[in-house]
Design a protein around this ligand. Structure first.
Ligand code: ADP
Ligand code: AMP
Length: 213
């Protein structure tokens, strides 16, 4: 199963991707998580990506494609994956389609988690992320048992640098300009499915399961 998650930043792609990955026993691949891990580890890639991320801009396609193609080469990708935050531009989507086609393969579904902009700002301002395991929570919609502590691994929760309100606005406009066109791209490819992302996490997940089954 090869799935792409679409949707605005903060729509709930990561939340749903983790659940899909667990259900199908396939890797959840988040380019944002990979960039953040590189920043944390002080790698050259992390240093190059950070400047773009802090401004709410996209990391250049060349850097992102190099990173993701290396990830696809790892053995756990053999039975599929859920992509979260990639592709984010038409050029990335075309590169992905070509690399799959070269192997006689293709994507199964692109799932658009649809949430209007006005709800996105509340989602992102309340998001808390675990730096240790990548767990994602929300102070109101998905609170942890102990405030500030990850339910999954006991790590400390943090606010992402790019979840500040001014950066969120920039990320939303970048989304509308560069990523939203992917909805038409995958609709034309005949694999687009849309779910109402404003519903509760479990309701959204059930809608996705109905599509995938
Ligand atoms: P994305 O990966 O699309 O950027 P996340 O999965 O990180 O989004 O979700 C953004 C924030 O919204 C997180 O704090 C998450 O806990 C919360 N969230 C995700 N899905 C829902 C939902 N269906 N209802 C309410 N809050 C949600
Ligand atoms: P995310 O965790 O998916 O919200 O991504 C956080 C940030 O990482 C984005 O705002 C971009 O700066 C960068 N990023 C993640 N994925 C991509 C991608 N596919 N293409 C370009 N930049 C990306």
């Amino acid at each position: 199963m090869k799935i792409v998650m679409l949707g605005a930043p903060g729509a709930g792609k990561g939340t749903q991707a983790k659940k899909i990955a667990a259900e199908y026993n396939i890797p959840h691949i988040s380019t944002g998580d990979i960039f953040r891990a590189n920043i944390k580890n002080g790698t050259e890639l992390g240093k190059r990506a950070k400047a773009y991320m802090d401004e709410g801009k996209l990391v250049p396609d060349s850097l992102t494609l190099e990173l993701i193609m290396d990830r696809f080469a790892e053995p756990d990708c053999a039975s599929g994956y859920v992509l979260d935050g990639f592709p984010r531009t038409i050029a990335q989507a075309e590169a992905l389609a070509k690399s799959l086609a070269d192997k006689g393969d293709k994507l199964d579904f692109a799932i658009d988690v649809d949430v209007p902009d006005e709800k996105i700002v509340t989602r992102m301002s309340g998001r808390r992320a675990c730096a240790a395991c990548g767990g994602t929570f929300h102070i109101k919609y998905n609170p942890t048992k102990v405030e500030g502590i990850c339910d999954l691994c006991g790590g400390e929760l943090m606010i992402r640098d790019d979840d500040k309100p001014e950066t969120v606005q920039k990320r939303l406009s970048v989304y509308h300009e560069q990523t939203q066109p992917l909805i038409d791209f995958y609709n034309n490819a005949g694999i687009l499915m849309t779910v109402d992302g404003t519903q509760d996490v479990d309701v959204v997940f059930n809608s996705i399961m109905q599509i995938l089954k």
